[in-house]
Design a protein around this ligand. Structure first.
Ligand code: ZN
Length: 216
């Protein structure tokens, strides 16, 4: 059985998921874009942060009150196929176990996309995109807490207005407790992307999940 949920992300600060690409001498880290050149948040980035929050939540809750939810011992390797996996490995997967959750890329709404397509057509520039901003940053020395020489960099970011949305698929059955745990942990995801320590990628209401039938 495959269940489909919709999700949305409202960013209250500029966000960037960097692609590993740079524009030599101009922009050090550029955002991930889709086939039309419009900024997207890859599902893997969303899932990675959600998994981190879910693990922290499972670790912090009293095991007696968890309704059958549990987490493998942090000193032991991840769960394997041979025995029932913990809640985290079952839902989010690991190297040996296929995840129950599949998270698609989060895209801008169609009205925003139309606007960006129009801007892109007006000015074709291979480096500067008119739907994003270039923000400077500096690398700090961890030892002295001062700026390191020659470590000024420029990041491409999506401005803070953005609402993105996408689809989550749940493969196979999950229990009511697991469903509630996913809703709760999704709401607790506070930020996504680069430069979180300086306040980038802040989410207004976490990963906002809408389950069919208005359960979300
Ligand atoms: Zn596990």
């Amino acid at each position: 059985m495959i269940e489909k949920w919709a999700f949305a992300l409202h960013f209250s600060s500029p966000v960037s998921i960097h692609s590993g690409l740079s524009a030599a001498g101009l922009v050090d880290r550029m955002v991930v874009r889709d086939h039309e050149g419009i900024a997207v948040i890859p599902g893997s980035s969303i899932k990675g942060r959600w998994r981190f929050v879910a693990e922290r939540l499972l670790r912090s809750v009293d095991p007696g009150s968890m309704n059958g939810l549990w987490l493998h011992d942090e000193k032991m390797p991840d769960c394997k196929m041979s025995s029932p996996p913990c809640t985290l490995c079952k839902l989010f997967g690991n190297a040996a176990i296929q995840a129950r959750l599949w998270i698609g890329a989060a895209e801008l709404d169609e009205t925003n996309k139309e606007y960006i397509r129009a801007i892109h057509q007006l000015r074709v520039n291979p480096v500067m995109h008119h739907d994003t901003e270039i923000r400077p940053g500096i690398a700090l020395s961890r030892v002295r807490c001062t700026a390191m020489p020659d470590h000024l960099f420029f990041d491409e970011t999506v401005p803070a207005m953005a609402r993105f949305s996408g689809t989550i698929m749940v493969m196979g059955d999950i229990s009511a407790a697991e469903r509630n745990f996913l809703k709760l942990s999704a709401r607790m995801v506070d930020k996504i992307g680069s430069r979180k320590a300086v306040g980038r990628g802040l989410l207004a209401k976490g990963i906002e999940i809408e389950m069919p039938g208005g359960e979300g």
